[in-house]
Design a binder for this molecule. Sequence first.
Ligand code: ATP
Length: 566
Amino acid sequence: MAQKFRSLLDLCRRRGFLYQSAEIYGGLRGAYDYGPLGVELKKNILNSWWRRHVYYRDDVVGLDTSILTPHPVLKASGHVDEFTDLLVDCTLTKERFRPDKAPALTTDKNGHIPITAPDKDTALAWKKSIQEQFAPNVKITLEGKRILLHTLNIDQPDQRGQNGKIVFEMLDQDKKPLELAYHGYVEPNTNSPFLTDSRPFNLMFKTFLDPIDPIDRVIQTTIDHPNDSKPVIREAVDDVLKPSTVYLRPETAQGVFVNFEQVVRTMKTKPPFGIAQVGKSFRNEIRLEHGIFRTPEFEQLELEYFVAPWESKHYFKYWRKERYDWWLEHACHPENFRQRDHASDEMAHYATGCTDVEYLYPWGWGEVEGVAHRGNYDLTQHIKNTGANFEIVEDTPPVFSDAVKESGEGEADLIPTKLPAKYVPHVVESSCGLNRAMLAYLCDAFHQVEDSKGKPPRNVLKLDPRLAPIKCAIMPLTGKSEFNSLTQKVAKSLRRKGLFTVVESQKLKIGKRYYRHDEVGTPWCVTVDYQSLEDDTVTIRDRDTGNQERVHWKKVHQVIGNRLME
Ligand code: ATP
């Protein structure tokens, strides 16, 4: 499995899906650039989402809001205070931490992580210390002077000591350890083997809209407080920087909420209706992992669907299904996608329901999307902080919308009895990671076909043709100039239909050229051969069946266009 995933990553680099960002400067951890084929795949996923949820409907409109978000917006939404993971600093000093002596401790055959103390008493002290800091996330047993760590709770954020290079990683859903578990050397006779208490670490990237370098402001504030303690100086620095503080948004949703009233007014709409937004979000993740699965900069496809409170139960159910259907529509192996309802203690405090869509990546199940019933928490918070007019007012008694009437899932007891009926809409949100979607569909489509002659297997990306980066490759049979004119005519007719088309006129044999395109998922290859010169027909080869059919060159764009609509 790991080997297959490595082959996929190699393909992505080699064929222009993904590059390490700033590679010639040594790269930047967690940052990736999307190559010519990657950018097409990503765009096609996005287009499919937008088409289905905006263009095919009459109740969803788009929005594109600023990435830079002022402090008060994210303070009101709770992100400034609550958007945290737990971080643990390592207390080992450089002198005590001895990487040269550090054995890379991994799990034993039972999946436990053994740490051996110099003696029984030290082992007992270490056990107590770990228990105090990590219970109930880590279960510990003692065997003489050996401590065994097991059952790391997968639902808790991981805890990582940055300075001392001691790393705790979580287990995956199948209880298999994820990468390195513990790495370090601890001097005998220390009371605690490593770590400080865990502390919340805010995941937002902070920056400053200020013509004065914030570092200069910090230096000046420090100079102004020569005799004050660190906390006092810290508070003074916060005060000085607060007015210019902005954040790179950690989700696109807040931009939608703060514009709610403007959209209602300009589009003359009212619930049930939705606002779709696609864009970059940023999180200073403590742990970056699995390539583009978890990165500090990523793209989200988010849909906020606003509904009357008495219709929210229906629409939560509706969007869970609608979004899951979209995922399956493009999948080769639907069995590798699943929905997982959150337990009540997993959800954000304001949410009343949340269902993740998960994909079975090579390392286990991973979230690709969350569908959440956010209640009216966000709109209410922004009303409280700004007095914004986010209330819907109805002069006539509200009735169920047709869809809710049909489903019988309306909640009549929530309808206000007094007129005018006033309510703050509830929100059903679907939030999909575009980069994770791309990785999931790449894994889903990646096949290795064994070679009967004992050569290494060849790669085929069985991407849904609608997602495939290149829709058609035109191949003149040989490099002779007599094929040029017809080749260019077919290519032009496809390009004019907005289909990404390439001409493969390399001197490779035609079979090898087909295989090159199978590897990047091109669904159709068109060959211009000697017969084409006589009767203006060309062959269209299908990636998945290998079948070829002969059609007049002027029909190629129609045939391919029709297949893309199937
Ligand atoms: P996780 O638990 O995996 O960190 P999350 O529950 O924090 O995800 P949400 O806040 O629900 O994620 O964000 C919605 C979607 O955005 C996720 O389902 C995922 O597809 C995507 N996403 C979130 N964080 C990242 C990230 N750091 N890198 C790439 N995609 C991300």
